[in-house]
Design a binder for this molecule. Structure first.
Ligand SMILES: *Cc1c(COP(=O)(O)O)cnc(C)c1O
Length: 356
């Protein structure tokens, strides 16, 4: 069997969820969209179902998958419904759709429903993707209430730059939100992971932790709260070949690494087809039997090469961690010009093993 695998530590997931609740002091909606950021949404939902106030996914397909797996918690649909034909299913499964566009209000007005819906009304406070502008927000709220088909509306917005230091955009968005909603008496749902961790001044009844559940700090800088997170996914494989090369030899596609001295190269059974980033540069750290060594040469589809010259004990069969508790996915992503979210979502082909 090919030794590449992703170990998913569900206990760490539960601890990270607990931390989101403790730090915010509020009800936490566990964001498990995109197959729980590559961690396995059904397994993650089962691990969290007893404690989680609710789950959030991107679309109804993801939500139905959870219902079919026996998950009964409320499920927030972050992009709402894409067509009005989804409304009967939303009613049947008690999903909570986000309402972000006028056409969705019209669809609710026209819909034949037997039970009132619980909705989340999106304000565009500065992200400028979806949501009602501040001057249209109160009207949208009133219109929805007037349909007679709504049991409850929660006020929701999303922060664009709360992962940055020395940036007042979160404050601006928060003030925009407070101003636009000042006449509305309703619960609020504001904070994603970086806001929970770094912006305690932003208060909301519900928070929406995503990446922090998976134990990956959403910051480019050290952050005290984020240090309490435990990485959930360990991407690992083994060394399958060793070769000794003299100075001046090129390794792998494109010859982008040339040995400077007599070098001991290890070949690891993992590559970009598994989701390890092809853009990882020379000297990116990997952990071999607990010791850090540099990646050398270009990452291939199914294999990558590392320099074991300073790790003589390592050999065929040695365990290699690509990211996890020793190698930070956040730091690796940064070296590759991306974010850990994308590394996790790109995970493919490797079997996932769930540990409690
Ligand atoms: C994905 C998402 C989140 C979670 O964001 P993290 O940065 O992963 O915590 C929260 N809210 C909305 C609207 C999202 O789309």
């Amino acid at each position: 069997m090919r030794p590449a695998q992703a170990i998913i530590d569900l206990k760490a997931l539960c601890n990270n969820y607990q931390l989101a609740q403790t730090i915010s002091g509020q009800k936490a909606i566990a964001v498990i969209k995109a197959d729980a950021y590559g961690h396995g949404s059904i397994e993650c939902a089962k691990a969290l179902e007893k404690n989680a106030s609710a789950f959030a996914v991107a679309c109804i397909e993801e939500a139905i998958e959870l219902r079919e797996a026996g998950i009964h918690n409320p499920i927030l649909l972050l992009e709402g419904f894409f067509e009005e034909s989804e409304l009967p299913l939303i009613e049947q499964h008690h999903f909570w759709p986000v309402i972000h566009s006028p056409w969705q209000i019209v669809a609710i007005e026209k819909a034949h429903l037997t039970k009132p819906l619980k909705l989340f009304l999106k304000l565009d406070s500065g992200m400028h993707r979806v949501g009602f502008f501040p001057d249209q927000y109160e009207k949208a709220y009133t219109q929805l209430m007037a349909t007679g088909k709504v049991a409850k509306i929660t006020l929701i917005t999303h922060f664009a730059r709360s992962d940055e230091l020395d940036c007042d955009y979160t404050q601006k968005q928060y003030q925009t939100f407070l101003q636009a909603t000042k006449n509305l008496k309703a619960e609020t749902c504001l904070c994603n992971s970086p806001t929970i961790l770094a912006h305690p001044e932003v208060k909301s009844d519900w928070v929406r932790p995503g990446i922090m559940l998976y134990g990956s700090p959403p910051f480019e800088f050290p952050q005290a709260q984020a240090e309490q997170l435990t990485p959930v996914m360990t991407l690992q494989s083994k060394i399958i070949s060793i070769r000794e090369l003299p100075a001046g030899e090129a390794i792998g596609y494109g010859g982008c690494f040339i040995t400077k001295q007599h070098t001991r190269i290890g070949v690891v059974a993992i590559g970009y087809a598994d989701g390890y980033p092809r853009l990882a540069p020379n000297n990116t750290p990997v952990a071999v039997d607990g010791k850090l060594v540099p990646l050398v040469g270009r990452v291939s589809m199914d294999m990558l090469t590392i320099d074991l010259t300073n790790h003589p004990q390592a050999g065929i069969g040695s365990q290699v961690e690509l990211w996890g508790k020793q190698i930070s996915a956040t730091k690796l992503a940064s070296l590759c010009g991306t974010i850990s979210y994308q590394l996790f979502c790109n995970l493919k082909r490797v079997p996932r093993l769930f540990a409690y």
